[in-house]
Design a protein around this ligand. Structure first.
Ligand code: NAP
Ligand code: GLV
Length: 310
């Protein structure tokens, strides 16, 4: 049987190899760069593999992105275009991502930073009721993760609408497409949730021009990719009150440098790109299924359209 090569950023792949072998002990999985004979590798499982490495594998039948996003793979100019690329579509990840957005929409709405600051001073100040009916979440990207999030938000009683490349028919969720559709959605969106993939069409999409199309005092949440946000524009929009607060999980430079102004900006909730990780006990079955499918000559699940880039 051919071998599988695995590489997981800076992390050791040991626990992943164990989990995959628990599902199928016959799989021979070797960690990059000690993967032996390149001719023997038919599947590469990767997260942040250095560019140029995939093109060294002449008998590759499948590349598995060990992430939902595939930008880390498709930014490699040496990506072998005839090899199918599959990505993670895992219910555990979808749930985890939805939790990140729900937690932060509610943190922003309920002003938890402010109430935490009062608590330090032992001030009891119930003040007023929160207007839950005023929340309208607009999701940019109604795909696997965004679609799941939309349904969860409807289930906690929020108004939800979404924008995608192709129209969607989701119960209780207004669907928008195209540039005009985005403008239309933004008019009534006061919590903007970005779950777009990183492509040339989405780079810098979260900018001042877009913020100005939302009602003044809106909120921004981004867990898509860092370069979708023009970071200086967010700082300006927070200063002029167009945006009231934000929650960010992804940044242009990761790890975010110590000198980055976002660190000291209490109006921004920051998490270190872990809104939704691959949870290997849950994802291992799907990975193994895809390896089997491709070895049987079938198409993998979660296939990426290399022409659109996600
Ligand atoms: P997906 O299923 O491919 O969904 C992408 C959505 O974006 C689809 O609805 C797609 O429209 C829409 N879209 C793409 N390009 C567009 C454009 N130019 N205009 C309008 N809509 C566009 O991807 P997913 O699994 O939901 O994941 C989304 C992204 O989340 C990933 O690519 C990754 O960057 C990010 N992510 C982050 C974390 C984290 O921890 N921060 C974890 C996982 C994923 P169609 O439906 O019409 O194709
Ligand atoms: C994480 O960022 C992912 O794309 O899965």
């Amino acid at each position: 049987m051919p071998n599988i090569m695995i590489k997981l950023g800076d992390e050791s792949a040991e626990s992943y190899i164990k989990a995959l072998n628990k599902v199928d002990p016959t799989l021979n999985i070797l960690e990059w760069p000690n993967y032996g004979d390149p001719d023997e590798i038919d599947v590469a499982m990767v997260w942040k593999l250095p560019h140029g490495e995939l093109s060294k594998l002449p008998n590759l039948k499948l590349v598995i992105s060990m992430a939902a996003g595939v930008d880390h793979v498709l930014s490699d100019p040496g990506y072998p275009k005839d090899v199918p690329l599959a990505r993670v579509t895992d219910p555990h990840m979808a749930r985890s991502m939805a939790h990140w957005f729900i937690m932060n929409i509610l943190r922003l709405h309920r002003e938890t930073n402010y109430y935490d600051s009062l608590r330090i001073k032992k001030i009891w100040a119930p003040e007023r009721a929160f207007d839950t009916d005023s929340i309208c979440v607009g999701i940019m990207g109604l795909g696997y993760l965004g679609g799941y999030l939309a349904k969860m938000l409807v289930n906690i009683g929020l108004q939800v609408q979404g924008w995608s490349r192709t129209p969607k028919n989701l119960i209780g969720i207004r669907s928008f497409t195209g540039e005009d559709g985005l403008v239309e959605m933004l008019k009534t969106t006061n919590y903007l949730a970005c779950l777009l993939p990183n492509t040339s069409a989405t780079k810098g999409i979260l900018n001042m021009g877009l913020f100005e199309k939302m009602p003044k005092g809106s909120f921004l949440l981004n867990a898509g990719r860092g370069n979708q946000l023009v970071e200086e524009d967010l700082s300006m929009a927070l200063d002029n009150g167009q945006i009231k607060g934000a929650a960010l999980d992804v940044f242009i430079d990761e790890p975010m440098p110590e000198s980055h102004p976002f660190w000291d900006d209490q109006r921004i909730i920051i998490t270190p790109h872990h809104a939704a990780e691959v949870f290997i006990p849950s994802a291992a079955n799907a990975f193994v299924e895809n390896i089997k499918r491709v070895r049987l000559g079938q198409s993998p699940k979660g296939l990426v359209d290399l022409n659109v880039g996600y």
